[in-house]
Write a protein that binds this ligand. Structure first.
Ligand SMILES: [Zn+2]
Length: 364
């Protein structure tokens, strides 16, 4: 399957979903996280996985006499690769292990089936359930097909209340504001890194780890919306401040966003809150305001420390609207446990992406 021809179906990511994806892969002997699947005659694919799995979904258009394909990769290795004959519009369903530690679920459609990739969305409906709707599949000769039990135990234990109370809006890419695709370039700067952990807080919580995870996810979200992204660092490396600025200036980025977490000077646990800095200019202020507003929204009860002018090197020396966002205090009683939680980091990535996209929408 050529990845060049494929494109990603909207990435899922509801509030509860995965996201340590960049940090730990399951060991290669781990069993497949796909537990059950069912494709109904009205075109609804339902999946049950282990909790908080990371899934990636892809689409490849029809070509060379073959029909379109949709495939989903799951963590964990499949025990028994197999293919099942489809019916009606579905030619075949395959379950394979494309590489060690991975399970791939493939639906191959008949060549006459037309899918609209824009409408394909894999959505997390709880911590272990997913669905993907195929609209307008021809029903002729189509029989539902599936394996495993979709409704087995986890459903009973599922605390729906908990999910819904925090986030009524699932964090799906389609909910992010739209901007013209391919038009904007944003540089994301995960603060600190390598031997410089940045702030270290409660339980050894390290700023550099937090901001790297948020930044990597933020980059993915923006890319899914057609924004070009450059990260100043993608791993735990040490990077001085001047090269961070140089990257953004050389690329003439539309915006520069440096991501940090705060520490209070005497590790006071009572100090919590969100603040976003800019150096100068109306646009810098706008970018900071949009981000601040969104980050506050996913950080209930964390105080609003405001949009402020700051003289940090990375925002002072950059030539485009540039901000530095402090996503909470690693030393704070309220903020620290959140920052330690990958679900919250996901929310922060989503919030910052929303802020940036709203800013881009308003900037010509
Ligand atoms: Zn910092």
């Amino acid at each position: 399957m050529s990845l060049a021809l494929s494109r990603r179906i909207v990435v899922l990511l509801a509030s509860f979903s995965p996201i340590a994806l960049f940090f730990f892969a399951l060991p290669s002997w781990a069993a497949s996280s796909l537990a059950a699947w069912y494709l109904s005659r009205d075109g609804l694919l339902q999946l049950r996985t282990s909790k908080n799995s990371h899934l990636e979904a892809f689409y490849q258009p029809a070509g060379d006499g073959k029909g379109a394909r949709v495939w989903i990769d799951f963590q964990g290795e499949l025990v028994r690769p197999r293919s099942l004959e489809g019916s009606g519009p579905v030619r075949e369903i395959r379950l394979g292990k494309p590489s060690p530690g991975l399970t791939r679920f493939v639906i191959e459609f008949q060549p006459y089936v037309n899918l609209d990739p824009e409408k394909l969305k894999l959505i997390g409906t709880s911590s272990d359930r997913w669905q993907l709707k195929f609209d307008n599949l021809p029903k002729n000769g189509f029989r539902s097909i599936g394996e495993g039990d979709l409704t087995s135990p986890p459903l009973a234990r599922l605390n729906k209340q908990k999910f819904n109370s925090f986030s009524p809006t699932p964090f799906v890419v389609s909910k992010l504001p739209d901007v013209s695709r391919g038009r904007y370039l944003v540089v994301i700067d995960p603060g600190h890194g390598g031997p410089d952990p940045g702030a270290v807080g409660i339980g050894g919580l390290r700023e550099s780890d937090i901001v790297l995870e948020i930044s990597l996810q933020l980059a993915e979200l923006l890319r899914a919306k057609g924004v070009k992204v450059r990260l100043t660092r993608k791993s735990e490396i040490d990077l001085d401040l001047p090269p961070r600025v140089a990257i953004a200036n050389r690329l003439r980025a539309n915006a520069f966003v440096s991501i940090h977490a705060n520490a209070s000077s005497r590790n006071w646990e009572d100090v919590n809150g969100i603040e976003t800095f800019y150096f100068s200019g109306v646009k810098g202020n706008q970018l900071a305001s949009k981000i601040q507003e969104q980050v506050l929204e996913v950080s209930p009860r964390s105080p609003n420390r405001g949009v402020r002018k700051g003289r940090f090197f990375v925002i002072r020396r950059t030539t485009m609207p540039a901000v530095l966002v402090e996503t909470g205090f690693v030393t704070g009683r309220l903020d620290a446990p959140r920052l330690a939680d990958s679900k919250h980091r996901r929310r922060l990535a989503f919030a910052i992406a929303t802020g940036i996209l709203k800013y881009l929408q308003g900037s010509i």
